[in-house]
Design a protein around this ligand. Structure first.
Ligand code: NAP
Length: 335
C-alpha cells in the first residue's frame, strides 16, 4: 500500500518540499509495476526517487506518485581483465564504490562520496575529478511506463553528456538496474588540483581504494555534513562557454581557469561566485552558499523551497549581470 501525503522534505537531501500525494516503495519489479499502474489509474505522473540528493521539491502539495527505489542487489561477474558490476537501482552509490574499490577494481574511485543511488547515477551521468559514469558504463535496464516494457540500453542509447542523459527528458523511463565494466588494472586519474596537492604532499595515490579515500577527504571539506544541514551538492552546472567568451572574461579576470570541453571551454563557476561576485556565504532566508565551496547550496532547519528559489535566482542574475553567462541548474525541480 502506498503512503499518502508524505513530506518531500523527508525524502530529499535539501530537506525542503511539501507533501507528495502518494509514495510507493519499489523493492521489486512487481512493486515498480504496481506503482506505475497506480499512477496511470489515478492520472498522476510517476517520479522515481533514490536518496533524493539532486531534487528541489516545491513547498506546495505535489500531485505525484513517488516511487522510492529500494532494490538492493549488487553482483560481480568476472570476465578476464574486467569485472561486470551489476547494481539494482536502489543500491547506494557509495556502497557500490566501496565494494568495487575494496576488490581493487578501477573506474569508480574518483566518484567516491557522491550521495545518491546507482539508479540515479546515469540520469545526470555523475562525474567528479576527471571521471564520469559514462567512462565505465556497460548497459542499463529501464522500465518504460508508457509501453509497460523493460528495455536494455547501451551508452549510446542513454545519450550521455556532461551531467546529462535522455533520462532527464523522458520521465517515462524508470532505471531498474545498471551495469559497469570495471578494469582489474588501470592508470590512476589524478590530474585534478585537489588530488595533485595530496600527491605533492607525499601521498601515494596508486590504488582505487587510496584514491577513493582521498576523494572522500577532499569532499568532506567542500561539502556540508548531511547529518547537520541540507544540501544537494553542486546546485549549478559548471558552464561551458565559447573560446571567444572565455578570452574576453580572461582579459578581465586573468586568474580564471578554463578547461577544454567538447563544446567549448568549461569554467569553474565556484571561482566566479567567489572571486568575481564575493558570494561565499551569501544567504536568502534559511538558505546560503557554502563558505568552503560556493557552488554548493546549503539549507538550514526550517528552510523552504522558496528560500532556495530566491537564492538560486539571485545567484543566476548576478552571474549573468557580471559575465553574460546563463547558468543552468544541476538540481532537478519537482513541483
Ligand atoms: P573543481 O575540481 O574545482 O573543478 C571546477 C571546474 O573546473 C569543473 O568544471 C571541473 O570540470 C573543471 N576542472 C578542474 N580541474 C580540471 C582538470 N584538471 N581538467 C579538466 N577540468 C577541470 O570543482 P569542485 O566543485 O570542487 O568539484 C570537484 C569535482 O566534483 C568536479 O569534478 C565536479 O564536477 C564534481 N562534482 C560532481 C557532482 C555531480 O556529479 N553531481 C557534484 C558536485 C561536484 P568537471 O566538472 O568536468 O570535473
Amino acid at each position: 500500500m502506498p503512503r499518502e501525503n508524505v513530506p518531500l522534505a523527508s525524502l530529499t537531501t535539501l530537506r525542503v518540499g511539501g507533501p507528495a500525494r502518494f509514495v510507493h516503495t519499489g523493492d521489486s519489479m512487481e512493486s515498480i509495476k504496481a506503482a506505475a499502474a497506480h499512477s496511470r489509474s489515478c492520472g498522476l505522473s510517476l517520479y522515481p526517487l533514490g536518496q533524493g540528493s539532486n531534487v528541489l521539491a516545491g513547498d506546495a502539495p505535489i500531485d505525484v506518485v513517488i516511487l522510492k527505489m529500494e532494490t538492493n542487489e549488487l553482483t560481480f561477474k568476472p570476465d578476464s581483465d574486467f569485472v561486470e558490476v551489476i547494481a539494482d537501482a536502489g543500491v547506494s552509490w557509495e556502497r557500490l564504490v566501496q565494494e568495487c574499490t575494496e576488490q581493487g577494481l578501477w573506474g569508480v574511485e574518483n566518484l567516491a562520496g557522491i550521495p545518491g543511488t546507482a539508479g540515479a547515477a546515469p540520469v545526470q551521468n555523475i562525474g567528479a575529478y576527471g571521471a564520469e559514469l559514462a567512462d565505465t558504463f556497460a548497459w542499463l535496464e529501464c522500465y518504460d511506463t508508457a509501453t509497460d516494457m523493460l528495455m536494455r540500453l547501451d551508452a549510446e542509447g542513454c545519450a550521455f553528456g556532461y551531467r546529462e542523459s535522455r533520462f532527464k527528458h523522458e520521465p517515462n523511463l524508470i532505471i531498474t538496474r545498471i551495469a559497469l565494466r570495471l578494469a582489474r588494472t588501470s592508470t590512476p586519474k589524478t590530474s585534478y588540483a585537489d588530488l595533485q596537492k595530496l600527491m605533492d604532499a607525499g601521498e601515494l595515490l596508486n590504488t582505487p581504494q587510496k584514491i577513493a579515500d582521498a576523494v572522500r577527504r577532499v569532499r568532506r571539506v567542500k561539502f556540508p555534513d548531511l547529518t547537520q544541514e541540507g544540501t544537494a551538492g553542486s546546485f549549478f552546472k559548471n558552464p561551458t562557454i565559447t573560446a571567444n567568451a572565455y578570452e574576453e572574461l580572461q582579459a578581465k579576470y586573468p586568474a580564471l581557469q578554463g578547461f577544454a570541453a567538447p563544446s567549448g571551454i568549461k569554467i569553474p563557476l565556484a571561482w566566479i561566485l567567489d572571486h568575481v561576485l564575493g558570494l561565499r556565504g551569501y544567504r536568502e532566508g534559511r538558505a546560503h552558499l557554502f563558505q568552503n565551496q560556493p557552488l554548493v547550496l546549503v539549507t538550514e532547519n526550517n528552510a523552504t523551497a522558496q528560500d532556495v528559489e530566491m537564492l538560486a535566482n539571485n545567484v543566476s542574475e548576478k552571474v549573468f549581470a557580471a559575465t553574460n553567462i546563463l547558468i543552468e541548474r544541476e538540481v532537478r525541480s519537482l513541483k
